[in-house]
Ligand binder design. Structure first.
Ligand code: GAL
Length: 970
């Protein structure tokens, strides 16, 4: 091995065995690729997908094999095969290495731009013939396009080297027409997992090498379109759109619906319907040059920074966004169109209006879907150098001129590729890359190239290069202060709008506090919303673990399940967090005015309410007893109206709890959901419930080893409940423990208090129950206990009082904290075991789980489920599945009514087993169904990467009394 004086230039000698692979560690973006340009699908020029099965050979170092495989006639018959697009580490069942997950740590020594000698290198080979209808080889040229290769590729066609490139999530094209043959073309691609480019791609995700996006051969007829830029603005004052298509090959632009037929480069203004994410009006057009026709999908909109706000078409926008990584549990970042569409449909159906493409430009087809269905996009460059934080940002590539060409190349490849998408309203320089001259150069280049969009970057709070002040995980309080212009920023930042490019860390059970954030966003003009972190859990389907996360592949360094922090579970099942988010950001406000009227507010920024129909239903004890349509005017954006509800139906059951539910639903089938899809709803209580009570009519009787009281039997020595009627009950006692959530566990780097640590230190997971007395009174059985952890003086004096009217039995639990409680409780309630339980019916919050700071979506009604379906299968098992505000629940032959309403949970394992499990497959159903009836739960917060629960959601240890009435239903 020879030594080199610098890592960036190739001072090599003939004995240097690394000479042939110098490009791998070269900071330059590569050589041989064409200049970046717009990504489009031609109407008439042929294209040939080279996706499919490729021959594949894996080497452990970049230079292990020579490049003879690229030559014509090479026999790769004994090579393995991989599917392109794909990541080799997710194929071959482990034979091709494994994925590595780190958040910000580089999984190799930091010595830029050097990378390890162990550098998995995948040689890919594909032989192809041109299809019969491919034009004559003399007719024009051809281009070979790679849409994404991680992290560095060197390419040959028919033995001729085309070049090499870095920039994993960006397109690279090569001219190949002169090399093509009609049959037997040999395309050879050598892909290195690690390269200088890896230093720029330190995003929090799996490291997944491979050709993971499409490979396409594009015919380029003579006179074909090359690059073009659609400028389509909208003047909200005149209602006119102005279109000008700049093309580097002259041609004509036609838009039939607008009677437009102009030369390229010529502006034309006509009245149009503007494009917005709420009203994604696209006009089909064609750009025709001498050799090619390219379909255009034109959306007219104007993005500007005006009055200190991000405005589109003259209106400020409130972003209700998510951060989206590309993810599929089997295919990693190799996404097909249907998966991309599923993401967009799920977003639209959950009222999401914006996406930040964290932290790289997505497959371009995703942006086409955003144009079509309507989503605001922050398109983010493929850039993150977060790992340099470990050395105080020393040697950070974004502050080192040698890397600036690579940064500019990345910026240009993003902007040029994606510039014709109306959905893209903001360019982002990248994520967590510190600060530096390279970023400034990128911003200057982008601002000059595209004056029609704004520039975002979070990592520089001075906002030197950006058009908005952006932060991540700022607390509610801080966001509120920023909204009030009290954030102390100076200079440029003070005049800028504010965004939370990341907030509400959706790791495991959570996030909590979404509704509280939304109230702040809506209260201050300057605060233009945020983007939840993140869209989907990056769990990898695994034969024995359910879904794998960091560490499951034996990685030397990893960040565990921090990679599973999405609003969707890995298989795209919406988590309760997404249901909550949908409710919190709903585009229509529905509030009761208390006098038989409801106030309906159109919270959209552009669209009126004409796409929605409104319905009412009237419920008694959770059952709908009457329903109908509610005429609501087609309010313009921002308007509200008071709408009279009908008379409540007559003949309601005496003592019933009643209320209205008003829903806004899609009036007609639409592109992303069918007629009747619920967009927003509000519940207006009318008559409150009557709390259950039991008039003690019988007293406890001791006989043999048992005490009987009404339908219940107790152990005479311990006072422990044994049965209610025919239903055996085990282990009923106070419970304060929950399997800690990722948000309870918090993070290492946040200075906040980590609740689970405090709880475990105090011993709340190992509470002891001391029996003080079993008292048989005239009309009550009283069991006095003290619940406390070993080694501590704190405790909970707990008294269980049982009363019965003969048929039913009521338990009242009184809890009095003793000692100096300085930490909140995870939960406070009782738990018990039932031998058999499956179906569950309840009247209370549903259909899904809820916690104190994530309960907006919990709708009071009559719900049915099963014990198994009550569980939310978070990738790392943790507390889940609670139903809020439960008035009564029935399961396992018991009816349980609460006073007050309670949190209801039932599962086939204990909290302790749930706590100990690392993967779903660790949870084996036992013989007992464990039921928790909680008076209180501690909030969730977002502390796995943000603030903890707000103080009002703390479950502080305080005197409490709550009761349950049990009836055997069998
Ligand atoms: C942010 C980062 C994201 C992700 C998140 C935590 O700091 O930008 O990429 O790591 O934290 O999940």
């Amino acid at each position: 091995m020879s030594f080199r004086t610098t890592g960036t230039t190739s001072t090599t000698s003939s004995t240097d065995r690394t000479a042939a692979v110098d490009y791998v560690e070269d900071v330059s973006p590569g050589e041989g690729a064409l200049a970046p340009r717009a990504w489009y699908a031609s109407s008439d020029a042929k294209c040939l997908s080279l996706n499919g099965s490729w021959r594949f050979r894996l080497s452990q170092t970049a230079d292990a094999e020579d490049d003879s495989f690229a030559a014509d006639g090479y026999d790769a018959g004994d090579w393995a095969e991989v599917t392109v697009p794909g990541h080799w580490v997710l194929q071959g069942e482990g034979a091709f290495g494994s994925p590595i997950y780190t958040n910000h740590l580089y999984p190799f020594p930091v010595d830029p731009p050097r990378v390890p000698t162990e550098n998995p290198t995948g040689d890919h080979l594909r032989v192809f013939d041109l299809p019969a209808d491919w034009p004559q080889l003399s007719d024009g040229g051809a281009v070979l396009r790679f849409d994404g290769v991680e992290s560095c590729a060197r390419v040959w066609l028919n033995g001729t080297e085309l070049g090499e490139f870095k920039g994993s999530r960006l397109a690279h094209e090569f001219t190949v027409g002169h090399l093509l043959k009609t049959v037997g073309n040999v395309l050879a691609v050598r892909v290195h997992q690690w390269s200088a480019g890896s230093y720029l791609e330190d995003q929090d995700q799996w490291w997944l090498p491979g050709i993971f996006r499409d490979v396409t051969l594009l015919h380029r007829p003579a006179g074909a379109v090359r690059d073009f830029f659609v400028h389509a603005s909208y003047d909200h004052v005149t209602g006119e759109g102005t279109l000008r298509v700049d093309s580097d090959v002259d041609g004509r632009v036609t838009v039939p619906a607008l009677d437009i037929d102009v030369a390229t480069g010529e502006p034309v203004a006509v009245p149009v319907e503007p494009w917005t994410a709420e009203t994604p009006r696209l006009y089909d057009g064609v750009l025709a040059t001498e050799g090619e026709r390219v379909p255009l999908r034109i959306g007219f909109r104007t993005v500007e920074l005006a009055d200190g706000l991000i405005k589109v078409n003259g209106e400020p926008v409130l972003f209700k966004g998510v951060n989206r990584h590309e993810w599929h549990p089997r295919r990693g970042r190799a996404l097909d169109l249907e998966t991309m569409r599923e993401d967009v449909l799920l977003m639209k159906r959950h009222n999401v209006n914006a996406v930040r493409t964290s932290h790289y430009p997505p497959h371009p087809a995703f942006l086409g879907l955003c144009d079509e269905y309507g989503l605001w996009v922050i398109d983010e460059c493929d850039l993150e150098t977060h790992g340099f934080v470990e050395q105080d940002w020393r040697d950070n590539p974004v502050d080192d001129d040698r890397w600036t060409p690579a940064l500019l190349d990345r910026a240009a490849r993003m902007v040029e590729r994606d510039k014709n998408h109306p959905s893209v309203v903001i360019w982002s320089l990248g994520n967590e890359a510190g600060t530096g001259r390279g970023l400034t150069a990128m911003a200057e280049w982008i601002h000059a190239r595209d004056t029609s969009r704004l520039v975002h970057y979070e990592g520089d709070w001075s906002c030197r290069d950006t058009d908005m002040y952006s932060r991540m995980y700022a607390s509610h309080e801080e966001v509120d202060r920023i909204g009030r212009d009290l954030d102390g920023g100076t200079g440029k930042r003070r005049g800028l709008p504010f965004l939370l490019c990341e907030y509400a860390h959706a790791m495991g059970n959570g996030p909590g506090g979404l509704a509280d954030y939304q109230r702040i966003f809506e209260a201050h003009d300057r605060v233009q919303g945020g983007f939840v972190w993140e869209w989907i859990d990056h769990g990898i389907e695994h034969p024995t673990l359910g879904y794998a996360y960091g560490g499951d592949f034996g990685e030397e360094l990893h960040d565990g399940n921090f990679v599973c922090d999405g609003l969707l579970l890995p298989d795209r099942t919406p988590s309760p967090g997404l249901t909550e988010f949908k409710k919190v950001i709903e585009p229509v406000g529905v509030e009761g005015c208390g006098d038989g009227t409801v106030r309906v507010t159109n919270k959209q920024d552009f669209a009126d309410l004409s796409a929605l129909a409104f319905t009412w239903s009237f419920e008694a004890d959770g059952e709908t007893v009457a329903s109908g349509g509610l005429p609501v005017p087609a309010l313009a954006a921002g308007e509200s109206a008071e709408v009279k509800l009908p008379q409540p139906p007559p003949d309601l059951p005496a003592g019933a709890e009643t209320g209205w539910t008003v829903r806004a639903v899609l009036a007609e089938d639409g592109p992303w959901a069918s007629a009747g899809h619920v967009v927003a709803w509000g519940r207006l209580p009318v008559t409150a419930r009557v709390a259950p009570s039991v008039a003690a009519a019988v007293g406890p009787v001791a006989e043999g080893g048992l005490i009987s009281l009404g339908p219940a039997a107790f152990d005479a020595r311990t006072g422990a409940l044994r049965s209610i009627g025919p239903v055996a009950v085990t282990g009923l006692r106070l419970d304060v423990w929950r399997a800690t959530t990722d948000n309870d566990d918090g993070t290492d780097w946040k200075s906040h208090v980590r609740h689970s640590t405090l709880w475990r230190e105090l011993g709340l997971h190992r509470m002891r129950h001391r029996l003080d007395a079993v008292e048989l009174g005239d009309d009550a059985l009283t069991v006095r206990t003290r619940v406390a952890p070993a080694a501590r003086e704190v405790g909970l004096s707990t008294v269980y009082t049982w009363r019965s009217d003969g048929d039913r039995i009521q338990l009242t639990v009184s809890v009095t904290p003793e000692g100096d409680w300085t930490v909140p409780l995870p939960r406070l309630g009782v738990r018990f075991g039932l031998a058999e339980a499956d179906a569950v019916t309840w009247f209370g919050g549903g259909a899904g789980e809820a916690y104190p700071d994530s309960r907006t979506a919990s709708a009071v009604g009559r719900w049915q489920s099963t014990v198994d379906r009550l569980q939310t299968p978070y990738v790392r098992p943790q507390e889940n599945g609670a139903r809020a505000d439960v008035r009564w629940a029935e399961l396992g032959g018991l009816r349980i009514e609460g006073d007050p309403e309670f949190w209801f949970t039932a599962r086939r394992w204990t909290s302790e087993q749930l706590d100990a499990a690392r993967h779903r497959t660790d949870l084996a159903p036992g013989d007992t169904v464990w039921v928790n009836l909680d008076h209180g739960q501690h909030g969730l917060g977002s502390q796995s990467c943000g603030p903890g629960p707000l103080p009002q959601y703390f479950l502080n240890a305080a005197p409490a009394e709550f009761s349950f009435v049990f009836t055997a239903t069998g």
